[in-house]
Design a protein around this ligand. Sequence first.
Ligand SMILES: Cc1cc2nc3c(=O)[nH]c(=O)nc-3n(C[C@H](O)[C@H](O)[C@H](O)COP(=O)(O)O)c2cc1C
Length: 227
Amino acid sequence: MGNAKLSRRQFLALSALALAGCSSQQQDAAPETPAEQPEEPEVQPDAAPDPEIPATAGALVLYFSRADENYNVGVIDEGNTAVMAKMIAQRIGADLFELVPVEPYPESYQECCDVALDEKNAGARPQLEALPDLTPYSTVFLGFPCWWGDIPMPVYTAIEALGWNGKTICPFNTHEGSGDAGMFSTLETVCQGATVADGLTIRGQDAQNDREGTQAEVDTWISGLER
Ligand SMILES: Cc1cc2nc3c(=O)[nH]c(=O)nc-3n(C[C@H](O)[C@H](O)[C@H](O)COP(=O)(O)O)c2cc1C
């Protein structure tokens, strides 16, 4: 499983499989046992692509993001990663699903950092309000901020509760200096059975304050995935 760029054929083939019954669906908060997981569809990567189907059809944009006070941006109404997520969903006409922790993080940046560090050190898996049903989707755009050089713990909650076999993940993240911090590689390990495509990394303050530049980066990235 490499950090591979998808061929257009591969993308089309995977996307075509997702079209049947594709809609925005959600299931209740984290199932308690793996037995409660939705069945994964059988993936046939060699299915003939339909040239009429857009390359990114049948995708889900799944993200975690936090508003309130943050580094370099002050107090914001919409998180930096949320800005990216919405741009991506609009660009490809994808469904959008936000991962929302049951226990909200503190509004203060410093207090949030303290809580997040404690969670990371404890290997916490904060409970989520709800999880998406990935069954109809072959491609998942998965986005999150960098927290303490790692994927935020609530995102691990979702990753570990969902089935990734046969899925293609297009990862994206925001940060304030750490880049992707190896998080996209981590996805290859923790999302068993998924193919992780080339990701997009953007500074949080740019996503928040330079919408035009961010849109251009999103468009370029998606065009590359579709080729
Ligand atoms: C708890 C916490 C930890 C963070 N740790 C890092 C870090 O290790 N490296 C980094 O570059 N930025 C770090 N940041 C900055 C965020 O990655 C950045 O502000 C990001 O754009 C926030 O995205 P969001 O608004 O979607 O939540 C951290 C921010 C918070 C709140």
